[in-house]
Design a binder for this molecule. Sequence first.
Ligand code: HEM
Length: 364
Amino acid sequence: MVFQVLASFITVLAVLQVNRAAVTKRVTCPDGSMTANEACCVLFPVLEDIQQNLFDGGLCGEEAHESLRLTFHDAFGFSPALQAQGQFGGGGADGSVIVFEETEANFAANIGIDEIINAQKPFIARHNITPGDFVQFAGAVGAANCPGAPQLQFMLGRPMPVASSPDGLIPEPFDTVDSIIERFADAGNFTETEIIWLLTAHSIAAADEVDPTIPGTPFDSTPGIFDSQIFIEVQLRGTSFPGTGGNQGEVESPLRGELRLQSDSELARDSRTACEWQAFVDNVPRMQTLFSAAMSTLAVIGQDTSQMVDCSDVIPVPPPPQGTAHIPAGLSNADIEQACATAAFPSLPVDPGPATSVAPVPPA
Ligand code: HEM
């Protein structure tokens, strides 16, 4: 009897041990960090280095924005349509934008991208990480520095790229909505709706090259915060250009110091995408969930995920959202150009005070 009680006691203990292991199974890396998979340990020194020396102590500044943009420009160098014609379609999120910089940085759509490539290169050189992994890792870490951003998924294990991607695969801001839809469908099987999910990235963005006389001109009034102002402000009537005006890919914006891309403007007003655009207007949680979902696809375009390890837990947890959806001071709900045919644009509080003017994102 005593033996039986003892045996079942030991069984219960064993079950408890196994359960605990299932819940808390983590490895401790040489630097003391914890992660779910030992293979991810290599990332902690990279994380520390880029937070200090690339992102200026963990800021949502120019390099964080540029690093996020680079994830897109590397990944979109991929075209099953070209492959179907017997041509090389590119390797997707493979780091070719870095390794074959002499070619890819000269593509018209990649103008200005050399700046962040050159900033990233020394980090790749001093760590044990492939360029393809680094581009996506730095993009996810940079985004995580922005309050309100989601903690993006990060998969480790992209091999070295074999060749530069073909030209003509990165969307331009003066492309038609039809051609943008076609390109996103080809590159990642993205739907019209998912294009808008991905464009959430323009919440933390500015342009250096669209009007080169005014570098660092933001797309919304809060480029350092992952919030819904981009969706509100692109829907306001455009009234002036922030700089010289008349540049290819630029249309009038509603605020001094703000630049509006023609592509954002058209996607916000096209019947195929306007309602999805509007659905984000006062909904940061929706932005977080859907941006994250679409970025999980983008970050592994052209890659064999069965050979990769999920290291998402190395990406820092972003600071919580800041502020609430509002119409910038000086404008009103009447300035919204309603485009979604099936739902009314939400009525938003108007910021008090003098007309909003947006400051440039300072260079690093
Ligand atoms: C229709 C598709 C898109 C077009 C036409 C487009 C176009 C542009 C342009 C022209 C700029 C300004 C570049 C400069 O002058 O410095 C820009 C910036 C940016 N884009 Fe996009 N983009 C698109 C989609 C995306 C996607 C899917 C992402 C997701 C990662 C993204 C992330 C960014 C970011 C973060 C910036 C800011 C870079 C900075 O502040 O330095 N874009 N985009």
